[in-house]
Design a protein around this ligand. Structure first.
Ligand SMILES: [Zn+2]
Ligand SMILES: [Zn+2]
Ligand SMILES: [Zn+2]
Length: 194
């Protein structure tokens, strides 16, 4: 299979041509996700109500965590506190909930109709949050790759040093052995001379 063939396919929902595709890194593995799937896979990184990606996770007294998943909602964004102990985030409350509409591309029978569906405000916010989460994820991945590269360089330097040391030890050994052989021989000769 040509890996480029499905460059624009969402790996989670399989949508082949999402209007936006994001690349994130999870444990060093790069994944392409549509906006909706990216947000649903990173629920702890944004508020599902105001659709703002967290720069810092809100402190415990300013957040409410979904009963069914890791989603964090601003306390101020959550519905009236009557249900604070039984709060579930929008996607957990409604299995059909979508942060972002699936493909805007027209299906074949719609050709000729208005092609571009303009983004509504909520979708625009969701797209922005998804893009921010993807950027942070990729920045982390780059930092991680840099760390790994630095570690590999250090490892290589260490290995080189150890090899040099081993070689030096070996040369030392050979020199000493030769020296002792040379010492032995004359002494033997001296002995035999006597
Ligand atoms: Zn998807
Ligand atoms: Zn919020
Ligand atoms: Zn939830």
């Amino acid at each position: 299979m040509n890996p480029d063939q499905n460059r624009r396919q969402c790996i989670a929902c399989g949508e082949s041509e999402p209007s936006f595709i994001h690349t994130v890194s999870k444990n060093g593995v790069f994944r392409r996700l549509c906006t909706d799937c990216l947000l649903k896979e990173h629920r702890e990184l944004f508020c599902p109500v105001c659709l703002v990606a967290f720069v810092d996770v809100p402190p415990p007294n300013a957040r409410i965590i979904c009963l069914d998943c890791s989603s964090i909602t601003h306390l101020a964004c959550s519905p009236p506190p009557s249900s604070s102990s039984s709060f579930t985030c929008p996607p957990c409350s409604d299995p059909n909930f979508s942060f972002f509409p699936k493909s805007h591309l027209p299906s074949s029978d719609q050709i000729g109709e208005n092609v571009e569906t303009p983004l509504d405000t909520e979708s625009g916010k969701a797209l922005l949050a998804a893009a921010e989460i993807a950027v942070v994820s990729m920045n982390n991945a780059v930092a991680q790759l840099k760390n790994e590269a630095v570690k590999k360089i250090l490892d290589a330097k260490m290995a080189k040093m150890r090899a040099k040391e081993a070689l030096a030890n070996l040369q030392d050994l050979v020199v000493r052995q030769k020296a002792s052989e040379n010492n032995d021989n004359p002494s033997k000769r001296k002995n035999s001379d006597r």
